[in-house]
Design a protein around this ligand. Structure first.
Ligand code: ZN
Length: 124
């Protein structure tokens, strides 16, 4: 019977003994998890920051938006809005797609302007 030789997942050092061991040391175990989950946390942190910035831009412009008027898309972009980052979308009427960053959303009015709305509750 030959015993399979395992390698440490982090440093590739060959290990003897228990075959269910994945790491040669506690140091390698924690380095490995930091490498994976540390990056994932960073990624989520960056996305969350972008979402919060979009929400802030929408909420600021929402306050400036006069009744019955629209916000030019350029206003959003100047402030650093990134349309590819949003929390959810919903169709409220048959055609209009609302895009949200948390409770603030918008929909296109023509090609170059949006109407910003604030959702009162998350059930819709
Ligand atoms: Zn190791």
């Amino acid at each position: 019977m030959d015993q399979s030789i395992k390698q440490c997942l982090y440093c590739n050092k060959k290990m003897q003994g228990r075959t269910d061991k994945k790491f040669c040391s506690n140091h390698c175990r924690s380095s490995y998890h930091n490498a994976i989950y540390g990056n994932r946390t960073n990624y989520m942190r960056r996305i969350n920051a972008l979402l919060l910035r979009n929400r802030k831009i929408l909420s600021d412009l929402f306050l400036l938006q006069r009744k019955g008027s629209y916000i030019p898309l350029s206003e959003l972009y100047i402030k650093g809005f990134t349309p590819q980052h949003f929390t959810h979308q919903a169709k409220h009427t048959s055609k209009t797609l609302y895009t949200y960053c948390y409770e603030f959303g918008y929909y296109y009015v023509g090609k170059d302007a949006v109407k910003i709305i604030q959702e009162a509750s998350i059930e819709s």
